[in-house]
Design a protein around this ligand. Structure first.
Ligand SMILES: [Zn+2]
Length: 487
């Protein structure tokens, strides 16, 4: 299993990355702090993207034999609890894809550093690029020197993360400073006006998320434009974004500093942090439209139409697979919005903060850790919300049972039950009763039971009842309504 380290784990990388855009190569020396861990094997195994060919490996200065095959590297079992591993390797990079090199930019994104089980590590990375280029790696720049036609910049990241990337290119650099934070844009094609919007969107998103989730852990954040990479790339002190995605993608990428950075995702089990980043992005867009209340958003049922049934949220783990992508990004965000409707916006933010507060640096987290935060903040009566939403396929269906209306003390009492497909997914379900006068709306809390009774009072004679006419609940498509017959 990729989730278990086999005899070795990496805690810190001190790497030198030399890009040679004239020949599309990258040469890397990684001096990694490694730790021995339990393994049933007589050797240790780690992973490195198969692009790279390793020329040598030393453990504590002694050259060792190794076998590289596919994305795996086997070495003799470590003799000490803690060692320094020096790995020299290189690649000829393609002109597009996850890692690339062109005459104007280059990047390494897909597991270009050795790792086991994608566990989080800190890093000190030096980029070596032509002097008219700039290179960036996670963390803060601790030194930058130009000599012999090369620009050499060292970046230190004290936040252990699972996903480490590097970018370099012939960028134009712009920046703004506010409240102790520097926001930079490294632009290739973006016009000065577009760059201004990039800086503004980034600064706003950082400020907005910091106020709600907790302090931003860096003093600087850089948006790196790419003409090659078509999406946004998760980063924590910087992000690489395709020209056409800017500036709209920025809030999502900025939120990864919390969902992926402060709380790392090893990406071996689920895309939980993409669910949280997509949710955060939608939360941010909602406030830009002037509303923090879920009530203004009624797209859940409509958006749910396009979701595949499988896999369940807690096993969608491959961001490159369209079905997993739809579940991890879109269904995840929709389910979190349903949770927010259920517990309220304030408790939702408190839950996110509790999730962050429970972090233990160096460990990756997953859905069960988020569920623990939901339970802790919201108590048993709200804490079970995610259980079935995470492990079930497809969407639930809610139906009306028998509904009766009786006239009582001058008003009408409408009572009935809502039945739920199994397994029961918790939901705050709007119910609307239409009358000869105005409509009356109530919210019914669906929790653990397949049949939920409800009671609604109206002043005028009721004529019809409908579940969730605005489509706010995430449920299987279709109108659910019936006439009301008065007894
Ligand atoms: Zn993302």
């Amino acid at each position: 299993m990729e989730t278990d380290p086999l005899g070795i784990r990496f805690s810190h990388h001190t790497a030198e990355v030399r890009f040679r855009p004239d020949v599309s190569t990258v040469d890397i020396i990684d001096r990694a702090q490694v730790h021995r861990c339990a393994s049933p094997l007589s050797y240790a195994v780690f992973r490195l993207n198969e692009y790279y060919s390793i020329s040598s490996i030393e453990i504590d200065g002694v050259r060792i034999t190794f076998k590289q095959s596919g994305g795996f590297v086997a070495i003799p079992a470590l003799q000490r609890d803690k060692s320094l591993m020096t790995l020299r390797y290189r690649a000829i990079l393609p002109s597009k894809g996850e890692s690339y090199s062109t005459p104007s930019e280059a990047a390494l994104t897909a597991y270009w550093l050795p790792h086991s089980a994608r566990l989080p590590a800190t890093s000190t990375i030096t980029t070596l690029v032509p002097e008219d280029w700039r290179g960036i790696a996670p963390g803060r720049a601790v030194s930058s020197v130009v000599a012999g036609g090369l620009r050499r910049t060292t970046w230190q990241n004290d936040l252990p993360v699972s996903y480490i990337s590097v970018a370099a290119g012939r960028y134009r650099e712009y920046e703004t400073h506010k409240d102790g934070l520097t926001v930079s844009a490294w632009a290739l094609r973006a016009t000065p006006k577009q760059t201004e919007r990039i800086l503004e969107t980034t600064a706003n998103a950082i400020r907005w998320f910091s106020a709600r989730f907790g302090p931003f852990p860096y003093r600087r954040y850089t948006v790196v434009e790419s003409s090659v990479f078509p999406y946004g790339l998760e980063g924590y002190s910087f992000t690489i974004c395709g020209s056409q995605t800017l500036p709209d993608i920025i809030p999502h990428e900025v939120s990864h500093t919390w969902w992926g950075g402060l709380l790392p995702n090893a990406y071996t089990r689920s895309l939980w942090n993409e669910s949280l980043a997509s949710y955060s992005e939608r939360l941010y867009e909602r406030q830009k439209r002037g509303s923090e209340a879920m009530e203004s958003d009624s797209e859940a049922q409509y958006e749910g139409r396009n979701l595949p049934n499988d896999p369940p949220l807690d096993t969608a783990n491959n961001a490159m697979h369209p079905g997993h992508y739809a579940i991890g990004y879109q269904k995840g965000a929709l389910v979190l919005e349903q949770l927010e409707r259920f517990i309220g916006s304030e408790r939702m933010l408190a839950t996110l903060r509790a999730f962050l507060a429970a972090r233990s640096p160096g460990s990756a987290v997953d859905w069960p850790d988020f569920v623990a935060a939901v339970r802790k903040v919201n108590g048993p009566e709200h804490g079970g919300f995610l259980d079935e939403w995470l492990r079930s396929s497809g969407l639930p269906e809610y139906a009306l049972g028998t509904v009766t209306a009786v006239q009582k003390d001058g008003d009408y009492q409408i009572s009935g039950t809502i039945s739920t497909s199994s397994p029961v997914r918790w939901c705050l379900l709007p119910v609307v009763v239409r009358t000869s006068g105005e409509s009356v709306e109530a919210n019914v809390r669906i929790t653990g039971s397949e049949k939920t009774p409800f009671e609604i009072h109206t002043k005028s004679p009721p004529t019809e009842i409908e579940l969730d006419p605005a489509g706010m609940a995430l449920r299987r498509d279709g109108r659910v309504r019936q006439p009301i017959n008065r007894l």
